[in-house]
Design a protein around this ligand. Structure first.
Ligand SMILES: [Zn+2]
Length: 348
């Protein structure tokens, strides 16, 4: 009997040693793991803060949608090249503010985006006239009866054609445009007429100008000068920041305007990039793609004869650390930003 008892005690003792060894190993591991994280955070607070945030915790109904896709929670292995300018400080988000929702609409070969935040709405471009119904339906379905800010990046048909139809659904508070006259496109003239008839304030912004969109900062980074030869290079380039989250809308800016913006020293860094000019080869230089360092790159593109998007541009965006989405393939892309993280959704 005693022999059995002794044996049992010895077994228990061995078990305790194993438990202690496991506990020590576990806590050592925790300390090493956190040291690594603390070091990383010191090194680049802005990049890791987003990656460490649980996606969608501010927005449970969003997570319940079956077709929603969670954001990447792990930072990518290959870090994008360092931006050429200093990062600006993250903005504080007021309690209860948000989320900022950005809808990159599938309007074929053209650009149209709707932004909503804290009861306000903004439209950046409207696609061509043929797809005006897409924009108007989205506004109606979102219950938007007032567009506080409308940005017409430039007066080409594939960006401005759908904007006059907005007036059939919503009042428009303020219109930003790089020009007030553009005889080549009657649709733009129609937009200007509607703006004047409806009391919309029309503004041609200067580079560097900012305005507050319901708690998000909107900054015009370009154009820094007027290009009389290429209207694409007069595109209003807009950076929107909400807390740690940042978006860049580039219109159809080509490499010359990109270079101007970089040499002016503007912070172009953005987590989410509306890729310029439908992925054209003449835009999204290596330097610009690297300076933006976008994680999500949305190309607004449809069937076209221009070879959009360019395979070289796709490669530049991937090399800069981004995932690329085309509206032609993914449909309308929606990004829901809490100010500390974001989720993405795709619907065709
Ligand atoms: Zn275009």
């Amino acid at each position: 009997m005693s022999g059995t008892k002794k044996k049992k005690t010895g077994f228990l003792y061995a078990k305790e040693v194993v438990v202690w060894v496991l506990l020590v190993a576990f806590f050592s591991g925790l300390i090493i793991f956190n040291k690594d994280r603390i070091f990383k955070k010191d090194k680049d607070t802005e990049k890791t803060s987003e990656a460490e945030t649980e996606p969608g915790i501010f927005d449970e109904d969003w997570l319940n949608q079956s077709d929603s896709e969670p954001e990447e929670t792990e930072p990518s292995e290959t870090e994008p090249a360092e931006p050429t300018v200093e990062h600006t400080q993250a903005l504080a988000v007021a309690e209860g503010s948000g989320p900022l929702r950005v809808y990159f609409l599938d309007v074929g070969e053209g650009d149209a985006a709707i932004l909503t935040l804290n009861g306000q709405a903004m439209v950046i471009d409207g696609g061509d006239a043929e797809h005006a119904g897409v924009l108007v339906n989205w506004l109606a379905n979102l219950g938007i009866g007032r567009v506080d800010y409308m940005i017409s990046t430039h007066p080409h048909k594939d960006h401005v054609g759908g904007l006059p139809s907005v007036y059939s659904q919503a009042a428009v508070g303020r219109l930003y445009t790089p020009v007030t006259e553009y005889a080549e496109n009657a649709e733009f003239s129609r937009l200007m007429t509607l703006a004047h008839e409806n009391g919309t304030e029309v503004r041609v912004p200067q580079a560097g100008e900012t305005f507050d969109f319901a708690g998000a900062e909107v900054r015009f980074l370009g154009p820094t000068r007027f290009d009389p030869d290429e209207m694409n290079n007069n595109s209003l380039v807009v950076r929107v920041r909400f807390g740690d989250n940042s978006f860049l809308f580039t219109g159809d800016a080509e490499v010359n305007e990109e270079a101007d913006i970089l040499s002016a020293g503007y912070d172009v860094h953005a987590e989410i990039l509306k890729v310029s000019h439908h992925g054209s080869e003449y835009a999204t230089s290596v330097a610009f793609a690297n300076a933006v360092g976008a994680k999500e790159c949305i190309i607004s593109v449809g069937a076209n004869e221009y070879g959009h998007p360019s395979a070289n541009v796709l490669q530049r965006l991937i090399d800069a650390g981004g995932m690329v989405y085309e509206t032609m393939v993914s449909g309308t892309v929606t990004v829901t930003a809490s100010g500390t993280g974001y989720t993405m959704n795709f619907e065709r």
